[in-house]
Design a binder for this molecule. Sequence first.
Ligand SMILES: *[C@@H]1O[C@H](CO)[C@@H](O)[C@H](O)[C@H]1NC(C)=O
Ligand SMILES: *[C@@H]1O[C@H](CO)[C@@H](O)[C@H](O)[C@H]1NC(C)=O
Ligand SMILES: *[C@@H]1O[C@H](CO)[C@@H](O)[C@H](O)[C@H]1NC(C)=O
Ligand SMILES: *[C@@H]1O[C@H](CO)[C@@H](O)[C@H](O)[C@H]1NC(C)=O
Ligand SMILES: *[C@@H]1O[C@H](CO)[C@@H](O)[C@H](O)[C@H]1NC(C)=O
Ligand SMILES: *[C@@H]1O[C@H](CO)[C@@H](O)[C@H](O)[C@H]1NC(C)=O
Ligand SMILES: *[C@@H]1O[C@H](CO)[C@@H](O)[C@H](O)[C@H]1NC(C)=O
Ligand SMILES: *[C@@H]1O[C@H](CO)[C@@H](O)[C@H](O)[C@H]1NC(C)=O
Length: 901
Amino acid sequence: MAMWILQLLPLCLWVSMPTPAYGRECRLELKKADCSHMNLKTIPQDLPEDIRVLDVSHNRLVELIPQSLTRYRDLEQLDGSYNSLKLLPAALCQVVPALWRLTLRHNEVRLLQNLRNCTHLTHLDLSDNRLRLEGEPFSGTENLTWLDISRNKLTSARLGSRPQLPSLKTLLLSGNDIADLKKDDLNFLSESSSFRTLALSFLPLKKVEHGCFKPIAGLQDLVLDGCKLNPTFISNLCEELSDTSLRNLSIQNTQQVMLTNSTFKGLGKTNLTILDLSNNKLARIRDGSFQWFPMLEYLSLEQNIIKQLTKGTFLGLKSLRKLNLQMALVKSHTSPLPVIDDFSFQPLVKLEYLNMERTAFREIPKNIFDGLLCLRELNMGWSSTGIKMISNTTFASLKGSLFLQTLNLTGMGIKSLGPGAFSSLGNLKVLVLSHNFIKQQLMGEEFQGLNSIREIHLSFNQQMITLLSTSFINIPTLRILMLGHALTSNLDMEPSPFRPLANLTVLDLSNNNIANIGHGLLDGLHHLSVLKMQHNNLARVWKNANPGGPVLFFRDAQNLTLLQLDYNGFDEIPTSAFRSLSQLIYLSLIGNLLNFLHNSIFDDLKSLRFLWLQKNLLTSVRRETFGVPLSNLSELFMDHNPFDCTCESILWFYNWLNSTNTSVPDRAKSYICNTPSMYFNRSVLDFNPESCKDLVPFEVLFVITTTLVLCLMVVAFLLHFQGWRIKFYWNIVVNLTLDINDSPYKRLAECRYEYKAYIVHAQEDKLWVERSLLPLEDKEFKFYLEDRDALAGSSTLESIVGNMRMSRKIIFVVTEALLNDPWCRQFKVHHALHQVIEENRDSLVLIFLEDVADYRLTQSLMLRKGMLKRRCIVQWPLQKERIPAFRQELQLALASSNRVN
Ligand SMILES: *[C@@H]1O[C@H](CO)[C@@H](O)[C@H](O)[C@H]1NC(C)=O
Ligand SMILES: *[C@@H]1O[C@H](CO)[C@@H](O)[C@H](O)[C@H]1NC(C)=O
Ligand SMILES: *[C@@H]1O[C@H](CO)[C@@H](O)[C@H](O)[C@H]1NC(C)=O
Ligand SMILES: *[C@@H]1O[C@H](CO)[C@@H](O)[C@H](O)[C@H]1NC(C)=O
Ligand SMILES: *[C@@H]1O[C@H](CO)[C@@H](O)[C@H](O)[C@H]1NC(C)=O
Ligand SMILES: *[C@@H]1O[C@H](CO)[C@@H](O)[C@H](O)[C@H]1NC(C)=O
Ligand SMILES: *[C@@H]1O[C@H](CO)[C@@H](O)[C@H](O)[C@H]1NC(C)=O
Ligand SMILES: *[C@@H]1O[C@H](CO)[C@@H](O)[C@H](O)[C@H]1NC(C)=O
């Protein structure tokens, strides 16, 4: 108990606090003043005099003093709902003569003084008050057309004793305590020739006296929702309504359990067109119950518990165009599944729309839909009928429905489509099969006979559908194909399954984990406009390293206007991926791993208006990539990237952001720098462009001084550097002349050499050889490298001898390791020297990777530097920038003649 009080305490405190004023001033807009929720006790006197609309609802007004409105003589609409008004003053309309709408819902008005001067008042809302009907409160409001006095605890509908309200069209009396309608209760409306609509919802109505509707014979719409209408009472009521012009009867939630062939008998003389029976507990509808409604066009039986539909249920509804059976037949624990008999819909010869969403029935009988000659749309979404497979007989009863355009079979638990499943539906335009469990290879014959089909929806089918090249071969007329979350992951077949769909404009392949596609995926789809491929696994197909190169699959789809490629793991975009997509308006690449984008990849997207690149790894936004696409954009979404806020990465984008008219939602908060550390976690807009400007004069100064210094240094160090530099250029010149002297005769002589050079190196230097020498190989000459080129099986000695013979030069890669390698020393060197001497060739080239003393050379290799031509001794430079010069020297050494001069 104590706990309970404690818990209640905060609530009491909250209730006892004064209601806060929500705003200090009335909100003005055009000629409208909104002074609601302001804790007002009087009407504010400081508003513009010419306002037309004044809202003072949700305040604390207790009185509407006419003088307080004299200022606002042009007032046309006044809303004083949710106050504590007790009285409606007689003089109101004298001070605001133009008032036509007065809304006073939720007040405490008891007495209505004569509203005689309200000549313009047409709409009066007094619902939720405490009206007492004394005198003739409405007699002066001659132009009133709409009157709401719902929920006023009125016990009678008699608003006056003599005819009045001549212009009234609509009267709302719902939620009062009216239990019976007496014969002359509605007499006050007897001269209201335009009266049409009467709402009597939620009344404890028990009795209607004979002739009570006579004064309002022009009645067209009657709403009785929420009244308890027992079977005798409802037939009685219908009798009373028989002489009216009733068109529209709403009896929702009136506890109807059963309809018989006499329930609506009284309405037989009317021309009822709309009947709403939803939210009842209808379990049985006897044959012929609706026979009285030959003019009925719309019937709703939504949310009932009907057990059976038979041939006779809809008898006589020969004008019905729309039948709403949503949840009209349902599964229950206690009773068996409802049944729909063959030919149940046969009387509905004019029916165009049949909605059977979320119904449950035992099976789809063979002739269920027979006779629906005008049917245009059938929706069976989420209904449970027990079918697992659609065969060519399932919908055969729709054969006669020549106008059927849409068949919606969403969420019906279908597992497979048989051959010719829809072959009786030659004129069908839209077929919806989403949210099923279809698991099969689509061979093509499933869609046989759908000769006019425009749209097929197969999305959300558990990713179990496998496509073949023939899948859509029978439906070339298709325009829209939805396959999101439906397919297995491989689409790499030739020709593409979509090849037959020449008129396709919309293709959804999203959420399929597709990893394999071919170049020809979209071939022939010249009209494709919308392509959705988000949430797949296509990163590999756009990699440069993909065997065969990146897959550029848009080659025929040049009319694309919308392209969605989000969440595919893309980390690169091939340079020509978006070539000639000049119609593209929407491009979305959210949630990929893009960090570097090539220059100009977007340059062909001349029509681009919307670009989404959020949640990638973009660091820079450079003019070279984004200049063209951002120039004409309407909206850009590029937030949540790790921007690098340095001059070269972001300056251009910063300037663009600050000057563009393009909408960039959240530009201040969501475009955040990641690097450098001084801008970490700060907005890109905080970037200081001045830091880049400072660089310009500095750079000029820098260039001038360095030039001066350099000149001096060049003069000073020329001698020191000339050694290698001049040699380098000299070598190039020599090389060129050698090339010129490259006569065919000489080439012939060289032909016997298969290799450019035989490389002798220590095992430790293998890596260096691979990195630095092998790149020099060309088509004509290769190096001989033991590890690589020795034929397996040939004895090592023999191969060394043979291959040295076939090599034009012999290169020693001289390092300490080589000098210490016994195998090199003893045999290879020996043989090489032997050959040099024997053939009288000058074919040795020494590359020194490190400094080696001459005596070590003599000792180990029996060689002296002086034995060789100078150009055949090459030194591996320590400085990186000298490597090109080294290469040049080496090439020259390799090209030098073998003859001893
Ligand atoms: C208001 O009604 C009174 C009679 O009740 C009439 O004398 C007066 O002229 C009317 N005023 C206007 C402005 O119509
Ligand atoms: C009803 O309104 C019209 C103009 O809309 C006006 O001419 C007429 O006088 C009004 N009728 C009465 C009885 O005030
Ligand atoms: C109403 O049904 C009963 C049988 O239930 C039948 O005898 C009677 O003829 C039917 N009346 C009409 C008007 O169809
Ligand atoms: C019903 O419609 C017919 C023809 O459309 C018409 O002659 C008849 O007067 C209408 N009946 C009622 C009560 O409106
Ligand atoms: C098919 O029906 C489902 C539910 O029954 C609905 O949500 C969907 O919009 C309908 N589809 C079409 C194309 O009419
Ligand atoms: C349905 O298919 C079977 C063979 O699978 C065929 O014999 C039969 O004629 C087909 N029926 C229709 C209505 O196409
Ligand atoms: C494609 O569309 C064009 C123009 O609407 C039409 O003439 C043509 O017949 C269509 N092709 C197919 C195979 O439906
Ligand atoms: C784009 O579509 C139009 C018709 O909609 C067509 O004439 C044109 O050939 C298509 N363009 C390309 C490049 O296929």
